[in-house]
Design a protein around this ligand. Structure first.
Ligand SMILES: [Zn+2]
Length: 227
């Protein structure tokens, strides 16, 4: 089928503004592409991530690609990626970002990409982890392998009888676990998530990883929420 006939029969809409895409446009329209709210974190020494994690989580490099603006393009992109199975958005953003990151020296030192995982129940409901295609694009462009069998999101194993405050706190700290730890001993790991909001998820993941001998972490997210 000729491509323009395909577009007429199956119109493709911009994931940023919902207007019809032209036949040479993919994922988002040219207008949205030019309006993407870049953070330029990778060119800044002290980013918002540094401010959030100062004295809390040691990391080598931390950057978000876009600002997450309410009712803006980036919110639509993340929403469509997360809830509408538009996994090509992750690939698109990953390719764009990799092009910015490829010349940074720090990326030559990173051994593996670790996606922030979903709990397996959530994974089965959604059918995919929304950060996977983004990670794969980074993996392919920067030639850093992804490991998705190391960081696991688990339900707590707290006994029903343990209702003490300490027990609940301990549980909250055990949302993520490390498996196959031999794979990451002595390695520099790039932790990747969709949106950096309070930093609590990244912090919980980073703390588990950093328990493994001689590990270092860097942080990359698709978007950073200022609220
Ligand atoms: Zn658009």
């Amino acid at each position: 089928m000729p491509k323009n006939l395909f577009n007429v029969l199956f119109p493709v809409f911009c994931n940023g503004c919902a207007n019809l895409l032209l036949k040479n446009e993919k994922v988002i329209c040219t207008k949205c592409l030019h309006k993407l709210p870049f953070t330029h974190h990778h060119q800044i020494k002290e980013t918002e991530i540094h401010k959030t994690f100062f004295g809390l989580v040691p990391f080598e490099f931390g950057a978000s690609f876009l600002y997450f603006t309410k009712k803006g393009i980036s919110q639509n992109l993340i929403h469509n990626l997360k809830y509408k199975n538009r996994q090509e958005i992750g690939t698109y953003l990953g390719n764009l970002y990799a092009n910015e990151l490829k010349d940074l020296e720090i990326f030559k030192e990173i051994d593996f990409i670790i996606p922030v995982p979903l709990h397996k129940k959530r994974f089965h409901e959604r059918g995919y982890n929304q950060v996977t295609t983004f990670c794969k694009a980074i993996e392919k462009n920067l030639i850093i392998p992804m490991l998705d069998d190391v960081l696991i999101k688990t339900q707590h194993l707290k006994s029903v009888t343990d209702k003490s405050k300490e027990g609940r706190l301990a549980h909250n700290k055990n949302v993520f676990l490390i498996e196959n730890q031999h794979k990451i001993e002595g390695k520099h790991l790039l932790l990747v998530d969709d949106v950096f909001t309070t930093g609590a998820t990244i912090e919980a993941c980073a703390k588990e990883i950093l328990k493994i001998k001689n590990t270092k972490i860097s942080i990359l997210t698709m978007a950073y929420s200022q609220s």
